[in-house]
Design a protein around this ligand. Structure first.
Ligand code: SAM
Length: 214
């Protein structure tokens, strides 16, 4: 594997900034977080490449650019409390942890949750709290959240996630069928919920009570 810092700089310049991600705080977070720590040993040489990678259990660490699009669209502020559904490798949570005060992250596969927790501890990212459970129900005991980000594809928007948003809170969620989804952003306002479509994407299934069945 080439020097991780050089690989990270190239990833940020060529895959993320070059495609229009402008928020300097977001770009700095991608420069800081060592993505190679979130992939298995045999795939480390591909950690900074322009595509998703397997993390086992039929799951993936998302393409860096997709993580960047979602992070910028969520617009996390320094004092924000964010909920992520779908910890996976823990990489998205790590990026968010550099941009806000607290990240809660829910994962249904306990081995992935433990693995991600270990990497976060080793890196000293102590503002991330990983829980094992069905993220389609949200995490009501820590609500409300300034932002919720779902990193798996849902058949529809779980109502619990809208309920657990603070006023002006944003929910980012891929919604569609099992092969292709539309990335949606919902913003809670005094008058209701504003919906925006941010483009096509492809995620693994969101499995749970208010998602797909296993
Ligand atoms: N954000 C991850 C990362 O940075 O590596 C990538 C997430 S991966 C594309 C989707 C993850 O969502 C998988 O780890 C999967 O087990 C998890 N997942 C699917 N349905 C879930 C649910 N209802 N609750 C929690 N996690 C779920």
């Amino acid at each position: 594997m080439k020097d991780p810092l050089l690989a990270r700089r190239a990833m940020v310049e060529e895959q993320i900034a070059a495609r229009g991600i402008k928020d300097q705080r977001v770009l700095n977070a991608f420069l800081e977080v060592p993505r190679h720590r979130f992939v298995e040993e045999y795939l480390k040489y591909k950690a900074y490449d322009d595509y998703p990678l397997s993390i086992g259990y039929g799951q993936t660490i998302s393409q860096p650019y997709m993580v960047a699009i979602m992070t910028e669209a969520l617009a996390p502020k320094p004092m924000d409390r964010i909920l992520e559904i779908g910890t996976g490798s823990g990489y998205q949570a790590a990026v968010l942890s550099r941009l806000c005060s607290t990240v809660y992250s829910l994962e249904r596969i306990s081995t992935l949750a433990s693995r991600a927790r270990k990497v976060h501890d080793e890196l000293g990212y102590f503002n991330i709290h990983i829980r094992v459970g069905d993220g389609t129900l949200g995490l009501p005991q820590e609500a409300p959240y300034d932002g919720i980000i779902v990193t798996a594809g849902a058949p529809h928007v779980p109502g619990a996630l809208i309920e657990q948003l603070r006023d002006e809170g944003r929910l980012l969620i891929p919604v569609g069928d099992q092969s292709i989804q539309d990335l949606k952003r919902y913003t809670k306002t005094g008058e209701g919920v504003r919906e925006e479509s941010l483009g096509g994407c492809r995620f693994v299934k969101l499995i749970g009570k208010n998602g797909w069945s296993d």
